[in-house]
Design a protein around this ligand. Structure first.
Ligand SMILES: [Zn+2]
Length: 635
């Protein structure tokens, strides 16, 4: 990478001795990796130093320090940083609880605040007075913050938080002083990546203008070439040749003309060493090319264009009409919101405890159904099976006292219900009956329809029921005794999970015959049948589900393509596999262009549908409008 060819001016300090324990250290390490990955992608040279390696010596040549997550600095490090500041050194600080560090930057640290539900701090909006080159907003859903405030008349607020409804909060998101910048939370990897990188660049370049030439040169290349093309002229030719004779031709031509003009201007500004302006032009060029690329995509399968919604309250909490309209207007047909786990529900249930969201915003399933049906969208209830996340403690204690939780081979208890326990099976089925009874749902999608992992469940109940069902005595528990024993045990485990699928199939057919049944499943079949008892190939073969959405959350396009083809080749699968695309998954984070590429792969594979993970502000603003240009036209 060219980054190594220029002198480093930037040091990223990895939180080690500034963190209180191992898990925080791991967290600090992950944050450091994220920031340095983005610096690398921007072509900014940096060095990484652990807290304990910070010294006058190791900071030689450094003009700017980035503290990604360093909650409480040790005394000697604080002294070194104070000396560094005294020599004119600058700081970019994300979330620290160090009062002295805040003082050093001429700021005053406020209190730690956390939110019960999402949606309180959803977006950072930069003020007009902020340094040039920053994006207008950054989308980030933070559940807790610790703001710094201006102090000593030497600092000012540079950005404020907004909640999910767009209302401004009192709490500063960023404060600026002559010594640098302070954000009230860490920088998360939860989407809006390009804007986050732009922010990182603007702040870093403000502190260290020497980084511009290398950054600019890199932008000239990356913004002017689309996947599969060697350079700008070929990219332009490629777009036009794809657009020829299609409905999109005139639009593509306009975009290409504008892109060519932007390219020339960026080039000229680069030659004139007006790097910041050139990079801004590159960004315009990049979005023009993305739009042109979007115009030449083939139409995506129209039978099922789904989108998962993780929070169960929509993009705008309590406003399902707005959310459903956005999804439908962008040519999508199905929405899959996560309305329940085994111990918490966002709708009125006599079986499952109410969530905070239900108390705050009312019956989310009822509201979603009404809004979706008005917009011609189908609603599939995304049902988290077995899992007790967010369940009240007393419920978990009750299940535990009744020996109903999954137990690992090491004896550890998990907040998951044991699938072989008859009362748990009944609990899951009763829940589904209640939904079908009370709500006109179009589908039920079973998620986590599996054991937690290959090391669960080894509870005494599983032992007893395995012995009873197979007529054999287990001498050594946990299994395996031998390979044949393990195989038999795996078959039995699969039967426990498949039984719920089969029973739910019977229930939906009886109570609401038009309601579709589906499952979100792991990508690698059949190995997932052995490891976590998720025998989804046989569910399709035996017609226990209408379709499955394999979670093909794979960044690499070729691997993604191979995985989809392997899945479609399974018996009775071709028409009933709607691949899940991980736009904002933790396993894969896709740019709008990568998302288009994966949808195109799905279209060419012959699959009849796909589902995007998941509906957040990034998907809403950056991805869906591009897809709507050609891949997902309105019906
Ligand atoms: Zn068990």
């Amino acid at each position: 990478m060219a980054a190594t060819s220029i002198a480093e001016e930037i040091a990223v300090i990895r939180g080690t001795t500034s963190t209180p324990n191992d898990s925080e250290r791991n967290y600090a390490d992950a944050v450091t990796k994220r920031i340095t990955r983005w610096l690398t992608e921007l072509n900014i040279a940096y060095r990484v130093l652990d807290d304990n390696a910070v010294s006058a010596d190791t900071l030689t040549g450094i003009s700017t320090i980035i503290l990604g997550y360093n909650p409480k600095l040790p005394r000697h490090e604080m002294i070194t940083l104070a000396n560094f500041a005294g020599r004119g050194g600058k700081f970019i600080v994300f979330y620290s609880s160090d009062h002295e560090l805040a003082n050093l930057l001429n700021m005053k640290l406020g209190n730690y605040v956390s939110a019960e539900t999402g949606g309180r701090w959803s977006l950072m909006r930069f003020l007009e007075s902020a340094p040039p080159g920053l994006p207008a907003t950054i989308i980030q859903e933070s559940r807790n913050i610790r703001p710094a405030y201006p102090a000593n008349g030497k600092s000012k607020i540079m950005a404020v938080w907004e909640d999910a409804s767009g209302k401004s909060s009192e709490a500063p998101a960023w404060v600026q002083s002559s010594r640098g910048f302070w954000m009230s939370h860490i920088l998360q990897d939860d989407g809006d990546t390009e804007n986050k990188k732009q922010m990182l660049l603007a702040l870093t370049a403000h502190c260290a203008p020497g980084i511009w030439p290398a950054v600019n040169a890199h932008h000239m290349i990356t913004s002017s070439v689309l996947p599969g093309y060697p350079d700008f002229p070929c990219t332009i030719k490629g777009i036009i040749s794809h657009a020829l004779g299609t409905q999109s031709e005139s639009r593509a031509r306009v975009l290409v003309d504008r892109a060519s003009a932007a390219y020339l201007e960026a080039r000229q500004l680069f030659d004139d060493k007006q790097h910041q302006k050139s990079v801004e032009k590159c960004r315009i060029l990049s979005s023009l090319l993305a739009e042109a690329y979007a115009c030449i995509q083939p139409q995506a399968p129209a039978k099922f264009r789904g989108v998962w919604e993780q929070t169960g309250i929509g993009l705008y909490p309590g406003n399902w009409s707005r959310t459903c309209k956005i999804v439908a207007d962008n040519g999508f047909t199905d929405i899959l919101p996560n309305f329940l786990m085994s111990g918490i529900a966002h709708y009125n249930s006599r079986i499952i405890p109410a969530s905070n969201s239900l108390r705050l915003y009312g019956d989310q399933l009822a509201q979603c159904l009404e809004a979706a049906h008005k917009n011609g969208l189908r609603v599939h209830v995304w049902k988290g099976c077995w899992r007790l996340d967010y369940a009240p403690d007393e419920l978990i204690r009750k299940f535990s006292s009744e020996n109903r939780l999954m137990i690992s081979d090491s004896g550890k208890s998990n907040n998951w219900l044991c699938p072989s326990h008859p009362d748990n099976l009944r609990h899951e089925k009763d829940t589904i009956r209640e939904i079908l009874q009370n709500y006109p749902v179009d589908g039920i999608q079973l998620d986590f329809i599996r054991f937690k992992d290959s090391r669960t469940c080894f509870c005494q109940g599983c032992k007893k029921r395995f012995e009873t069902d197979t007529g054999q005595k287990v001498r050594k528990w946990p299994i395996p005794i031998n390979a044949e024993g393990r195989r038999e045990f795996n078959r039995w485990r699969c039967a426990q999970i498949t039984r719920l699928v089969r029973d739910v199939r019977a229930i939906t057919r009886e109570m609401r015959p038009k309601c579709l049944l589906s499952a979100a499943v792991y990508a690698n079949y059949p190995s997932v049948a052995d490891s976590i008892a998720q025998d989804w190939g046989n569910w399709l073969k035996d017609d226990l589900v209408d379709f499955v959405c394999p979670m093909d959350y794979i960044q690499n396009t070729v691997q993604f393509s191979n995985t989809v083809q392997k899945q479609l080749a399974l018996p009775s699968a071709a028409d009933r596999i709607y691949p899940g695309i991980g736009v904002t998954a933790s396993e894969s984070r896709l740019t709008p262009i990568q998302t288009m590429d994966q949808i195109t792969i799905v279209s060419r594979s012959g699959a009849k549908g796909f589902a995007l993970f998941d509906l957040d502000r990034f998907l809403e603003k950056e991805v869906l409008p591009l897809l709507h240009l050609s891949a997902t036209p309105s019906p």
